[in-house]
Design a protein around this ligand. Structure first.
Ligand SMILES: [Fe+2]
Length: 309
């Protein structure tokens, strides 16, 4: 075969492979999945507590399939909803998010915001997501209506944990809660929320949008039983690997091995270790709306069932 003909065939094969991969990744970004996880952290003998962890909806008005799927989550009848931010990706998304949540807003809930609640998304090179953090933060686009989102959530009774501690009675259980504003933008005020978690509470939960190590270290040192976060999108693009697909990045300083799912913090700790917490990182339900691609990392919400130790 002539060199030119071979080159043409190689380029054509590369273009087809690229198109197939992109089509697969675009389909995967719409395969919404419910994960169920059991976490043994309640006092022995306590009734299980069902916590629905939502994160990174990145909602736009046109994403009707995602809205329908989120609307169906109310059928799970959770006892508590934890929303770890990045709900918005459009200036008109607040009523859309609230409509999709529907009856979930009548359930006790807590929330923090992420950077994408604050600023409009912009078109970015998708490959940059796979590269090491260059320190740039996208705060130069117009602000999104996050105060309206906060107001709608708090009017419904959800607790705003933006750089705050609070408590909540859910059934028989008293929860001690702490949250920080988005650590990815360095908006977290650990100096405000730091301090021993209420030892008299039945459960101590810390939340943050982005699971930066300084935040996880603080919550673990303060005695929180579990920390819930999002932001990582589970790596969003995971590489096939023996034993399971691997994330390449978390878009923060957490290592890729803990980019999603249930882990400990510090990572090496056993469940009974004092000074360590459970860590649940949600891979979230969305992506930047200009790059709706996921590979080996389905969009997810998680029903965490907290049970006795
Ligand atoms: Fe996000």
């Amino acid at each position: 075969m002539a060199p030119n003909a071979l080159l043409t065939r190689l380029l054509a094969a590369g273009a087809i492979a690229g198109a197939v991969t992109t089509a697969y990744a675009a389909d995967e970004a719409r395969r919404y999945t419910l994960r169920r996880v059991e976490v043994p952290l309640l006092p022995a003998g306590a009734r299980p507590l069902r916590v629905l962890h939502l994160s990174d909806l990145h909602m736009t008005p046109g994403q009707t399939r995602k809205q329908e799927w989120v609307r169906g989550l109310a059928a799970l009848e959770p006892d508590l909803v934890v929303d770890t931010g990045d709900n918005l990706s459009h200036r008109d998304a607040v009523p859309v998010v609230c409509d999709a949540l529907g009856p979930l807003l009548d359930v006790p809930g807590v929330f923090v915001h992420g950077s994408n609640d604050y600023f409009e998304p912009s078109l970015r090179n998708p490959l940059r997501y796979l590269l090491p953090d260059d320190g740039r933060r996208h705060t130069d686009t117009p602000q999104l209506p996050w105060p309206e989102l906060s107001r709608r959530f708090t009017d419904a009774g959800w607790l705003d944990l933006t750089n705050r501690r609070d408590s909540l009675q859910v059934g028989d259980l008293r929860l001690a809660l702490a949250g920080v504003d988005d650590p990815h933008l360095s908006y977290d005020r650990l100096d405000v929320v730091a301090g021993p978690a209420d030892p008299a509470a039945d459960v101590r939960l810390g939340v943050a949008h982005a699971p930066y190590l300084r935040v996880l270290d603080q919550y673990a040192a303060d005695g929180y039983d579990a920390v819930l976060a999002g932001h990582t999108h589970g790596g969003q693009v995971r590489l096939p690997w023996p034993g399971g697909a691997r994330a390449l990045t978390t878009n923060c300083d957490l290592e890729p091995a803990r980019s999603r799912g249930l882990h400990r913090h510090p990572a090496a700790s056993a469940p009974s270790d004092p000074g360590s917490s459970w860590l649940h990182v949600s891979a979230g339900l969305g992506t930047n709306p200009y790059v709706r691609l996921r590979v080996a990392c389905r969009p997810e919400a998680t029903l965490l069932t907290l049970v006795g130790r």
